[in-house]
Design a protein around this ligand. Structure first.
Ligand code: GTP
Length: 235
């Protein structure tokens, strides 16, 4: 395997499958099966799950909530998704530890970096919940941060598009697909990959990032096995 330790970021929306919101069981179980299979092959997986299928901080702000409140609500949504992932992956026979950036000890462990690394070394999947624990940061930024902290070999952003395009391929038929690009290019061209904070963290810490389509079954495994899937962004 070319990668020993990988940080996988899954958007909350990915969990809703064909539903408008919430968690679709079939999609959750398919993802859990893929992740458990990768872990069984000896690759260590840290997982960050978004919360957009349940609640979006920015939308709450638009409704008149203070942004900090909206972001706190969004962070709690990621905890719900993390618990669902834990349950589904463990049903596949793979041990999982949820570690939350916000202390909610009755529900899951708090995030302690050295303990997270120890869990990974023991072959457990670690799901990082509650983002960075701070408002004004996205779960993409949380994923970049955790990828760097755990010394991942690669960060994967598994999303609903095949990779990075010059513009939105759903709206612009002339959108160009980028199989390789730099973080600076993504920043300067304002390509919708991740927010600037998340991109800069990866750039400044030489964390390679793959953007790929999560809705193609088995593609995460093939990518981790070395297949050239999606877009690769490097410093
Ligand atoms: P090792 O010490 O490496 O064996 O790890 P471990 O996670 O198996 O042992 P530990 O005794 O730390 O945890 C046993 C179980 O309790 C695991 O399922 C943990 O996820 C869970 N656990 C540990 N700390 C907490 C906590 O603060 N809150 C909650 N809710 N569960 C916890």
């Amino acid at each position: 395997m070319p990668y020993k330790r990988v940080l996988l970021k899954i958007s909350g929306e990915a969990l809703q499958g064909r539903q408008d919101s919430g968690i679709e069981n079939e999609t959750l179980n398919r993802l859990a099966t893929d992740i458990a299979e990768i872990c069984r092959s000896g690759v260590q997986i840290g997982l960050v799950v978004g919360g957009g299928n349940l609640i979006r901080g920015a939308e709450q702000a638009a409704k008149g909530f203070e942004q900090v409140t909206g972001d706190h609500m969004g962070m709690l949504a990621t905890v719900i998704n993390a618990l669902a992932m834990q349950d589904a992956i463990e049903r596949q026979g793979q041990s999982v530890r949820v570690m939350s950036a916000i202390r909610i000890n009755e529900i899951c462990e708090g995030y302690i970096r050295r303990r997270a690394v120890r869990h990974l070394e023991k072959g457990r999947t670690v799901v990082f919940a509650a983002g960075t624990g701070n408002p004004f940061f996205t779960t993409d930024s949380a994923a970049s941060l955790r990828a760097i902290e755990i010394n991942a070999d690669l960060m994967i952003k598994a999303t609903k598009v095949d990779g990075v395009y010059s513009s939105d391929p759903a709206k612009d038929s002339s959108a160009e697909f980028y199989s390789r690009l730099t973080f600076d290019q993504a920043l300067y061209e304002r390509l919708s990959v991740m927010d600037a904070t998340a991109l800069v963290l990866c750039r400044d810490h030489q964390m390679p990032l793959r953007v790929m389509n999560i809705f193609k079954p088995g593609s995460i495994k093939r990518l981790i096995e070395g297949e050239d899937i999606g877009s690769l962004i490097e410093a």
